[in-house]
Design a protein around this ligand. Structure first.
Ligand code: AGP
Length: 369
């Protein structure tokens, strides 16, 4: 096992560090080197194929579900197709409105999650076209779906999913751009901008992984708190959900993610002196609103760690600590902003002496209901 860890202490940290490579592999032969567009040899969709999709139903569990939430935002914005996202264990029991004009996208690292497989079968029975996004070649979900996009992240051993998530996000960004380009909702100039930004990602992820000391320090400083909150708006909220799941599953710290605008509707009651709040503020269109939410929690003496874009001169005035991520296309920020949250979860778990790769009560792949 030590050999498999390649010198790292845990599979999770090894897999975190494999992300520049994994993200690059996911894009290989899909993002054109001249930024002219995205190709999916496994799909080869025509204009009619895309026009025939009136609705998309994304179904997944856990981290893959969080990738689906980002996917909804991207597909609705870039390809202008309505998207619903469900956790798989809810989908099949709620009599979903799915028909032959629906594309069902199931996301699963392992391709073996029982609820996701059952949801896929349900969508097929209802007449939907089905597309699987998975990491494992020949898995049950890959075999069951009409079409498959592999994430090519390489084997993921740690229970906490890291490189599977970032590569799922890359697939979602490519798919949204691909559909937007075919449908004509996305101008060529925007397609090129996205391709260019996608190709920058491996180096930007690498850059983030070069500077982990401040994150290690935060984890040691706040790792013994019982509660941590994650807040953000729009895509930052989706990433907050994933950051919170990562922290709770491996460090056993009670973590909750809230849409920053929801604080006043209840959660603010829990914000008291010294409670750590991780505030993501990477989205320009809601930036000022997020800042005012940060002020709300600061006014209750929370300790705020802000995640901002490099070049943001304002954020540091309002938070206690800041982690900067490289600037990128706004639709791709989750692929970068999640990296410090993965590291925070990892170092918090290490600080607390937890079994990082095999957290209590959890399995890598959930093949029972
Ligand atoms: C992620 O860190 C989790 N361990 C878990 O939520 C996982 O993402 C979920 O069980 C789905 O697994 P899958 O992607 O293999 O279907």
């Amino acid at each position: 096992e030590a050999a498999e860890k390649g010198g790292y202490e845990h599979f999770m940290i090894k897999e975190i560090y494999e992300q520049p490579k994994a993200v690059r592999e996911t894009m290989t032969s899909r993002v054109a080197k001249d930024d002219s567009g995205i190709t999916f040899d496994e799909l080869k969709w025509t204009k009619d194929d895309v026009a025939g999709i009136k609705k998309i139903a994304v179904v997944a569990c856990g981290t893959a579900y969080h990738a689906g939430i980002v996917g909804k935002y991207l597909i609705e914005n870039l390809a202008r197709i309505p998207v619903e996202v469900d956790v798989a264990s809810e989908f099949r029991y709620r009599s979903p409105l799915v028909d032959d004009q629906t594309l069902a996208i199931v996301i699963s690292q392992s391709g073996e999650t029982l609820d996701t497989l059952a949801a896929l079968k349900e969508a097929k029975n209802l007449g939907a076209r089905t597309l699987a996004i998975t990491n494992v070649v020949g898995s049950s979900i890959a075999r069951e779906a009409d079409q498959v996009i592999y994430t090519w992240a390489g084997p993921e051993i740690a229970v906490a999913s890291t490189k599977a998530y970032t590569t799922q996000l890359v697939v979602m960004a490519m798919l949204a751009t691909y559909m937007g380009a075919i449908k004509g909702t996305l101008a060529q100039e925007k397609v090129s901008e996205l391709c260019n930004a996608l190709r920058e990602l491996p180096n930007q992820v690498h850059e983030l992984l070069e500077d982990v000391e401040p994150i290690k320090t935060f984890a040691q400083q706040y790792g013994f708190n019982e509660d941590v909150f994650f807040i953000g708006r729009s895509l930052d909220y989706a990433v907050a959900l994933e950051g919170s799941l990562k922290l709770k599953e491996i460090s056993y710290i009670h973590a909750e993610a809230y849409a920053a605008g929801e604080l006043k509707h209840g959660t603010l009651a829990l914000i008291i002196e010294g409670v750590p709040v991780i505030a993501l503020a990477t989205q320009h269109d809601v930036y000022e609103k997020t800042l005012s939410n940060i002020k709300e929690v600061k006014a209750r003496d929370a300790v705020v760690i802000g995640i901002g874009l490099k070049g943001d001169k304002q954020i540091e005035k309002y938070v206690d600590h800041t982690i900067f991520i490289p600037a990128t296309n706004k639709f791709l920020t989750p692929i970068l902003s999640v990296i410090p949250l993965q590291l925070l979860a990892y170092y918090a778990a290490v600080t607390r002496g937890c079994d990082v790769d095999k957290p209590r009560n959890l399995a890598k792949s959930v093949t029972v209901e």
